[in-house]
Ligand binder design. Structure first.
Ligand SMILES: [Mg+2]
Length: 408
């Protein structure tokens, strides 16, 4: 069996999805997602200019050897652009392998460990009133878990209380802001004074059953994070996400010494080497890597297995920047992983997205149900893809009130 051709598609409804389509001499097509949010054209170029020409003639069934070929062969290892490109290839190869076997992908990992997989949505508001409406909306949609973010008085655009997404509504895909990023202002003191009480009010209103999550977006120092974690313990969070900058693996020790709040980290990691110490020293409770950003299924499965040895459960990143292809790859890992925790899941089948990526995966009663179609269970409509083109965009950046740059 040989890879005979491939194309990279860049674009999509509201997002610059990087979609890899690999063709084989047996007529089986494999799909991969290499979308690196706001740097999409770089992954696309890495795939088109360097990887695709090398793949032609290779046996797609040898996904492990191809992964090692790409990783070791690059010489300059790791980094988000390369690992997202490898991720796209790896997802496509597993798609081909499972289609060749005539099985849904999860069967190749060891089969189902559960029927449906718990997911969470994002509730957000510019103030407490909007936030309560947003949490109520997602609960009415059947969600059993909700991430709770709120604008802080005196700091209305806090980086994660996205104004366009405030209030109720299923379509959490924000408009492109152009290549020059918007600037948001951050004030740790205001956040620390306001947010624990806001979370407590949500818990009071919605009761003990609804799982509540909160994302700090890497904004606190280790000491501040320890203070914050202690202060939110009565809320009984499902997790506290990214309390400190993710590249400092020692930062969580202080938090661990002072609080038992569950910690989730890792959405910006792109290899096992970014998180092995966090996992082995049991400084986290959930690992947030994504199959696209962390080198695909082959590499993320290694991270999941390591995590399973240390009581660390999965909570894969699932922002709308991931296309339905990588979300499907994660769904197959989720339904298999013995140490599955939860999946971030926001793209609720917008008609345009469904037209571009048809599938039978479905969300029901707060659980994601994986299709039993062979492979990933997602198709890609090439004719539909022709409607979209690349649009440059940027995340906002964050500064302190005096102008100092801070962490987005
Ligand atoms: Mg996050």
């Amino acid at each position: 069996m040989k890879i005979t051709g491939g194309q990279v598609y860049l674009g999509g409804p509201g997002k610059n999805y990087v979609t890899l389509r690999l063709e084989t001499d047996q007529g089986i097509v494999g799909l991969g997602d290499g979308t690196l949010n706001n740097r999409e054209s770089l992954t696309a170029a890495y795939l088109s200019d360097y990887i695709l020409p090398m793949l032609i003639g290779m046996d797609p069934r040898r996904s492990e050897d191809i992964w090692q070929f790409l990783y070791r062969g690059a010489y300059f290892r790791r980094g988000p652009i390369a690992m997202a490109a490898f991720g796209a290839v790896d997802i496509a190869l597993w798609d081909i392998k499972a289609k060749l076997a005539g099985l849904p992908l999860y069967e190749l990992f060891g089969g189902r460990s559960r029927d449906g997989c718990l997911v969470y949505a994002h509730a957000t508001g510019a103030d407490i009133g909007e936030l309560m409406d947003s949490v109520a909306y997602w609960q009415e949609c059947g969600y059993r878990a909700v991430r709770v973010q709120c604008g802080v008085p005196g700091m209305p655009t806090a980086g994660y209380a996205v104004p366009e997404a405030a209030g109720a509504g299923p379509h959490y895909i924000t408009d492109f802001s152009g290549i020059r990023p918007a600037v948001e202002i951050w004030d740790t003191d205001r956040y620390m004074r306001f947010m624990p009480d806001a979370l407590a009010r949500v818990r009071d209103r919605f009761g003990p059953e609804l799982k509540l999550l909160h994302d700090v977006h890497h904004r606190l120092t280790p000491r501040e994070a320890a203070v914050f974690a202690k202060s939110v313990e009565p809320v009984n969070l499902y997790w506290l996400e990214d309390p400190t900058p993710a590249e400092d693996q020692d930062a969580l020790r202080l938090l661990r010494h002072h609080s038992t709040v569950p910690v989730a980290i890792g959405e910006v990691f792109n290899s096992i080497w970014d998180c092995n110490r966090l996992i082995e020293e049991e400084l986290i409770d959930f690992i947030r890597v994504a199959v696209t950003y962390a080198g695909g299924i082959t590499h993320v499965k290694r991270i999941v297995d390591l995590a399973g040895l240390h009581h660390v459960r999965t909570g894969f990143h699932g922002a709308p920047s991931h296309s339905p292809i990588s979300m499907a790859a994660q769904a197959h890992l989720n339904v298999w992983a013995p140490n599955f925790g939860i999946q971030e899941y926001l793209v609720l089948g917008t008609p345009a997205c469904d037209a571009l990526f048809p599938s039978d995966h479905r969300l029901d009663d707060g659980l994601f149900h994986v299709s039993d179609a062979p492979g990933l269970g997602v198709d890609f409509d090439v004719a539909e893809a022709a409607r979209y083109e690349y649009v440059a965009g940027s995340h906002p950046v964050v500064r302190l009130e005096d102008g100092t740059m801070w962490n987005y």
